[in-house]
Design a protein around this ligand. Structure first.
Ligand code: BTN
Length: 329
């Protein structure tokens, strides 16, 4: 596990003080540096938006923190073992950064988060709307000791984890649309994209990228997304602490990922089905094998969608894009 940087540690110590000042001398002692060096770090933190008051006693007190999803903000909320958070104010795509880190040997559980993405990637070559400072955009480097063919199931595991995090945060019951979109009031709040690099039988790394619309006002979504996307803020009227939510999501995912590795997708299948918005619904699916329609029966233990066609035949769909007559979702 990576040791947190000096800024992150100063913020953590000042947070522990809960408004009571910590002396510069004490901070210098803990960091093993001079008081002048501490002063420089404090000045840099102020530049980043931390409100740190200098007290006449020579101490520092944290009285306000920026709305950011950086390591210093996420760290106090983390409960799992994934703690190495790489934060960017602006980046093309957290997927790209996570892939580069993975190629360079980053260990499992390395997390990449950005305030804004200029080239956010969605499924099926689409783009992902990723404006600054309102939502969560994160990617996680994983190294599952699994056959490459099982990696798509990881997307369903991520969908369940995101749905569970939202249910805890809001008391709402989100719906999952196969394979891994999470919806509130029939509009998308979470998108999951899993990318991987592998050999025939061995996965080098898998990178789930998760986008969650948290604090974006409904009116801020582009016109073409108005009917399709929403946010937790738009649905509940309440702002979400993005850093706390990020930590919650990571914890939910890490727990389910552990079960997925030891017992397969069947370990989260019942939970997935409990969120499914499609069971019993007639759908059309455009997949690489062509277009199919039928009534959704559920998912199999490998995450494939089970569909009963009009002629009664039950077919399995492994990949594809679902739509529901009447424009639902
Ligand atoms: C979808 O099309 O539903 C998947 C969207 C995935 C978006 C996330 S945001 C964080 C990560 N970085 C990206 O560029 N994409 C994923």
């Amino acid at each position: 596990m990576k040791r947190p940087g000096a800024d992150e540690r100063i913020v953590a110590w000042l947070r522990e003080g809960q408004g009571v000042s910590v002396s510069g001398e004490e901070l210098a002692r803990r960091l093993g540096c001079s008081r002048a060096a501490v002063w420089k770090r404090v000045a840099a933190l102020r530049e980043q938006g931390y409100r740190i008051e200098g007290r006449p006693s020579g101490g520092y007190a944290l009285v306000g923190a920026p709305d950011r999803v950086g390591p210093a903000e996420i760290a106090p909320h983390l409960t799992g073992t994934w703690r190495d958070v790489h934060w960017f104010d602006e980046i093309d795509s957290t997927q790209r950064v996570a892939r580069d880190l993975a190629r360079a040997g980053a260990p499992e559980g390395t997390v990449v988060v950005a305030e804004r993405q200029t080239a956010g990637r969605g499924r099926l070559g689409r783009s992902w709307h990723a404006p600054r400072g309102v939502n969560l955009y994160c990617s996680i480097v994983l190294r599952p000791p699994l056959a490459p063919a099982t990696v798509p199931q990881l997307a369903l595991v991520c969908g369940v984890a995101a749905a569970a995090a939202i249910a805890e945060e809001t008391d709402l019951r989100p719906a999952i649309k196969w394979p891994n979109d999470v919806l509130l009031e029939r509009r998308k709040v979470v998108g999951v994209l899993v990318e991987m690099e592998s050999e025939m039988e061995r996965v080098h790394h898998a990178i789930p990228g998760i986008g969650v619309n948290l604090n974006e006002p409904q009116s801020a979504f582009p016109r073409d997304l108005q009917g399709k996307a929403t946010s937790l803020l738009a649905v509940t009227g309440r702002r979400v602490d993005r850093a706390a939510f990020a930590a919650r999501l990571l914890a939910e995912l890490e727990a389910r990922y552990g079960r997925f590795l030891s017992s397969g997708f069947s370990s989260v299948r019942a939970e997935w089905e409990s969120y499914s918005s499609l069971t019993g619904v007639e759908v059309q699916i455009v997949s690489p094998e062509g277009e199919r329609s039928g009534v959704v029966l559920g998912v199999d233990d490998d995450g494939a969608l089970r569909l009963r066609r009009a002629d009664g035949e039950v077919v399995r769909v492994i990949a594809g894009e679902v739509s529901v007559r009447g424009g639902y979702a």
